[in-house]
Design a protein around this ligand. Structure first.
Ligand SMILES: *Cc1c(COP(=O)(O)O)cnc(C)c1O
Length: 451
């Protein structure tokens, strides 16, 4: 029984569950998708919140540039390139045996974001900076007008050393929170789920971060982190399941992307729709980015989330409308996937609710497809990303080959516009993966291609 109903009655209400339970790849078009102005009216977060987050990151840029010299070229702004991937598009057409007539296929390389090499360098770092700013304001050590590079000094490290930061993670959020918190001088503890890779724990420990390991999945790591933080009034918990700060930190990506698209001469308007495919774990990363994109491009952007076939938590939450009241394990789905960044069994209610009318749909991808796409991207474009980061890649093909995808295009009157559409595959992580690990991923993809 799940929430008082048998599996059979859930399946009757949501027949897609049959294939999901068998961990087959599926596409779900959101029946609650609404036009922008109607959808946005129900959401408490606004464009002002987004601009406030952007301004905060600008204030911190001099500090970031000083503390992380690799960001000097971008003046302390943590941003990743957006690139066209024509060779990968061709290779995928062979792989999926399907030609796509469309204007642009692009890759958003959050895999190569400075400092922590994943999308978590957006939300995670933003939230810690915001907390540090609040403390520094409170102690009268900083004003908005100051040059924030002064935070890279002993008096500030002394201040922050009296406070701690706590987070639960499958790995990448831990990396981003751990690295920035330790740099500022905070005591930081990362609670890691069983999926977290050894090299991530080693790297964090080498930076003085306390790492606590669990044999269970992400939800347990978060729960334990929350408990630890509650015991100590000087402790701040980065709540991946509910945080608006994380969400807004991710959302700033949209403002930056707008500039990049304009530099690339990629048009987004009534005649040039934009499709964005975002790998989804608990939801904050893809949700924040998608929210920002809707604020900027409104009805001209169509956002899809991608989840592993073994961890479709956001899909189960959104489809049933039960959000965090249900998890994939309730339905006998094991939440075991090579896409460690997406290995989440229970989605964020906050994100599910916020995206209720804004999200176009969700599809699932199996691990073998991720590996094949990983080696294909390396071979064609010379770009190396981690398995999770490939979940967005099949998006455009799913749109055309699935009944749900085609129906979405029809309902939204998009078919005629597809030759002039652009598609962004959001590559969410990979640059910090050690070479030996990456070689193994790559080999796996090559071997799978051969069978
Ligand atoms: C965390 C992560 C995601 C998804 O972000 P959520 O906020 O968990 O939904 C996607 N890809 C990678 C590589 C990640 O680390």
């Amino acid at each position: 029984m799940i929430l008082g109903k048998s599996i059979e009655s859930w399946i009757q209400a949501y027949p897609l569950l049959i294939e999901m339970i068998k961990t087959q790849e599926i596409v779900w078009a959101n029946p609650n998708y609404k036009k922008y102005y109607e959808a946005i009216a129900t959401i408490p977060l606004t464009e002002e919140d987004l601009l406030d987050a952007e301004q905060r990151l600008k204030r911190f840029a001099p500090y970031i540039a000083k503390a992380f010299p690799e960001t000097q070229a971008s003046n302390g702004i943590i941003e990743s390139p957006t690139v066209r991937i024509p060779r990968m598009k061709e290779r995928m057409e062979e792989l999926f045996d399907q030609k796509i007539n469309t204007e642009n296929v692009l890759l958003k390389c959050d895999s190569h974001l400075p400092i922590s090499g994943s999308i978590k360098a957006r939300g995670g770092i933003y939230e810690v900076l915001k907390h540090a700013e609040e403390l520094a304001f409170e102690f009268g050590m900083l004003t908005r007008e100051d040059d924030y590079s002064k935070l890279d000094s002993e008096p500030f490290r002394n201040l922050f050393s009296r406070y701690s930061i706590v987070v639960g993670s499958t790995g990448n959020l831990g990396l981003s929170i751990g690295i920035i918190s330790a740099k500022l001088g905070f005591n930081v503890t990362v609670h890691m789920s069983a999926d977290a890779k050894q090299w991530k724990k080693d790297l964090l420990r080498s930076k003085g971060v306390t790492v606590i390991e669990y044999l269970s999945d992400y939800s347990k790591a978060v729960e334990e982190g929350r408990k630890q933080a509650e015991k100590d009034p000087n402790s701040y918990f980065v709540d991946d399941e509910n945080s608006q700060n994380l969400f807004l930190g991710y959302a700033v990506a949209a403002l930056r992307l707008k500039e990049q698209l304009s530099d690339l001469k990629v048009e987004v308007d009534e005649h040039h729709p934009l499709f964005v495919y975002l790998p989804c774990g608990v939801g904050g990363g893809p949700g924040g980015v998608a929210f920002g994109l809707k604020l900027i491009f409104k009805d001209h952007v169509h956002c899809f989330f991608a989840e592993p076939t073994h961890s479709p938590c956001m899909l189960i939450g959104c489809m049933t409308g039960e959000h965090d009241k249900v998890c994939v394990q309730d339905f006998g789905i094991d939440n075991i996937t090579a896409a460690d960044g997406l290995a989440v069994g229970r989605a964020s209610r906050f994100v599910g609710k916020t995206m209720e009318n804004l999200l176009s749909g969700i599809y699932t991808v199996n691990d073998n497809t991720l590996y094949k796409l990983l080696s294909a991207l390396a071979d064609t474009e010379g770009i190396y990303v981690e398995p999770s980061a490939l979940a967005g890649a099949p998006g455009v093909f799913e749109l055309f080959r699935s009944e749900a995808g085609r129906k979405y295009l029809e309902d939204q009157e998009l078919y005629d516009k597809m030759p002039k559409a652009s598609h962004i595959i959001w590559a969410t992580g990979g640059n910090m993966v050690p070479k030996a690990e990456m070689d193994k991923y790559y080999q796996k993809g090559v071997e799978l291609k051969e069978v």
